[in-house]
Design a protein around this ligand. Structure first.
Ligand code: GLA
Length: 394
C-alpha cells in the first residue's frame, strides 16, 4: 500500500469507528515547503513555495439520521485520544472555541465560511494527516484547506481554490489566533504538480514555475521545536507593520532596498533590520525562481545562503544549532545547490534545492552533525505535488 492509500484507509477506518457507517467521499490538501520569500506574505510581497507529498485527508458524509439538531461532527485521527479527538457543535448557535487546538481549526473554518455568507450543512468528517506537526511544513494550512474543501463539496458551495485559501486563513487569524499570511493556504489550494508557485500575496495572482528535472527538494528537519512560535510570529508581524507605518507605506512590499537605505537614519535600528530582511528577501524571489527553472545550482547556492543569513541576523528567527547545520550543509553542497531555514523559524526545517546527485552529500553531512547534536536531524526528499482536490477512495 502506498503512502496515500494508507492515509485514506486510516481516515476511512476512523470514520467507521466514530460514526458506525461508511464515509461517502474524500478530499485532500497538501503541506508545503517554502523555497524563498520567508516572512514576506504578510508584507504583501512575492513568495515561491511548493506543495509536497504529505497531506491532510478528510473523509466525510451526511449527519446521523436520528440527529434532532443541525450538528457538525469531527474526529481527528492523529491528534489525541479517543475522547479528545472528537468534537461536535451546533450549527444554529454561534461557533465558540473548543477545548483543543485542532477543534478550533475545524470550528474556525465553519465560522469563517459563515462570515463569508455561506450556509454550512450538518455533516460528519474524519481527518487523517501525515504532514509533520510544528515542523514548518504547514500542517495547519493543509488541515484548514482540506476541511474547507470537504465542507464546500458537501454543502454544494462550489468554492474556488482562492476562496478555500482565504477561508482557511481567516480561521487561523480570527479563531486559532495566529496572524499568518496567505502563502500556506494558497499553495495548499492552487499548486501544480512538478512546479513551485510564484504568488503575489497582495493580488493573489499566481504562476506555476517548473522545477528543473535535475533538481531535488530536500527537507532537513532539525527536530527543534520552540513552543512560543505563535507569539514570536505575531511579534515579527507587528514589527514589520510598525516599520511600514514609520516609513509611510501600506506594506513593506512597497519598498526597495534603495528607499530603505535612504530611510535608515530615521528608523529604529531593530525595525530597520526587520525591514531589511523583508526587502532583500523579496528581491531574491524572482532570481531564485529563474535559477530553479533553469537548474542553476550555483546561483541557488549564493541566493539561499544570503537568505539564511538574513533570516538569522536581521529577522532573528533561527537558532544556533540550525545556523550550524545550515553552514555544514552549505559547505557540503558547494555550488551543487542552496540551503536555508524554511517556514516561520524558531526551530523547524531547513530546505535544500540541489542537484539530485548531491543529495548523498546532504545525508553524509547530516550524519556528521548528528554525531554531537542534542536533537538529531532527519532528511527527507519531497516531490512537488498539485493542490487540494477530491481523492478517489480506491
Ligand atoms: C508561517 C505562516 C506563513 C508565513 C511563514 C513565513 O508559515 O503561516 O503565512 O508567514 O510562516 O514565511
Amino acid at each position: 500500500m502506498d503512502r496515500r492509500s494508507r492515509l485514506i484507509a486510516r481516515a476511512r477506518q476512523g470514520y467507521r469507528l466514530a460514526y458506525g457507517v461508511e464515509p461517502t467521499r474524500f478530499v485532500a490538501a497538501p503541506g508545503r515547503v517554502n523555497l524563498i520569500g520567508e516572512h514576506v506574505d504578510y508584507n504583501e510581497g512575492y513568495v515561491l513555495p511548493c506543495a509536497i507529498d504529505r497531506e491532510a485527508i478528510v473523509a466525510f458524509g451526511p449527519p446521523a439520521q436520528e440527529a434532532k439538531q443541525p450538528v457538525f461532527e469531527a474526529v481527528a485521527l492523529d491528534l489525541g485520544d479517543m475522547a479528545s479527538a472528537r468534537d461536535s457543535f451546533d450549527l444554529h448557535a454561534p461557533v465558540r472555541p473548543g477545548e483543543n487546538n485542532w477543534q478550533n481549526h475545524v470550528r474556525g473554518v465553519v465560522q469563517a465560511l459563515g462570515r463569508y455568507g455561506h450556509r454550512v450543512k450538518p455533516m460528519r468528517i474524519a481527518i487523517a494527516g501525515d504532514v509533520p506537526i510544528g515542523a514548518g511544513l504547514s500542517s495547519s494550512a493543509a488541515f484548514g484547506v482540506a476541511v474547507a474543501l470537504a465542507v464546500s463539496e458537501f454543502s454544494g458551495l462550489g468554492l474556488v481554490p482562492e476562496m478555500l485559501a482565504k477561508v482557511a486563513q481567516l480561521a487561523e487569524n480570527d479563531f486559532v489566533g495566529c496572524a499568518c499570511g496567505i502563502m500556506d493556504q494558497m499553495v495548499a489550494a492552487v499548486s501544480t504538480e512538478g512546479h513551485a508557485l510564484l504568488l503575489d500575496c497582495r493580488t493573489l495572482q499566481h504562476m506555476a514555475i517548473p522545477i528543473h528535472p535535475s533538481l531535488a527538494i530536500t527537507v532537513i528537519d532539525t527536530g527543534l521545536r520552540r513552543s512560543l512560535t505563535e507569539s514570536a510570529f505575531n511579534q515579527r508581524r507587528a514589527e514589520c507593520e510598525a516599520a511600514a507605518a514609520a516609513l509611510g507605506v501600506t506594506a513593506l512590499r512597497d519598498l526597495d532596498s534603495t528607499r530603505l537605505l535612504l530611510a535608515e537614519p530615521d528608523l529604529d535600528p531593530l525595525l530597520f533590520r526587520r525591514a531589511r530582511h523583508v526587502v532583500t528577501e523579496m528581491e531574491r524571489v524572482e532570481p531564485v525562481g529563474v535559477a530553479m527553472a533553469l537548474g542553476d545550482t550555483a546561483q541557488l547556492a549564493t541566493l539561499m545562503r544570503e537568505a539564511h543569513a538574513s533570516l538569522s541576523e536581521d529577522f532573528e528567527v533561527s537558532l544556533p544549532p540550525i545556523d550550524r547545520l545550515a553552514a555544514i550543509l552549505a559547505e557540503a553542497l558547494g555550488e551543487a545547490g542552496g540551503v536555508r531555514l524554511t517556514g516561520a523559524g524558531f526551530g523547524g526545517c531547513l530546505v535544500a534545492v540541489c542537484a539530485k546527485e548531491a543529495t548523498g552529500a546532504i545525508d553524509t553531512a547530516v550524519g556528521r552533525y548528528n554525531r554531537d547534536a542534542d536533537w538529531p536531524a532527519r532528511v527527507e526528499v519531497f516531490r512537488a505535488v498539485g493542490g487540494a482536490g477530491p481523492v478517489a477512495a480506491g
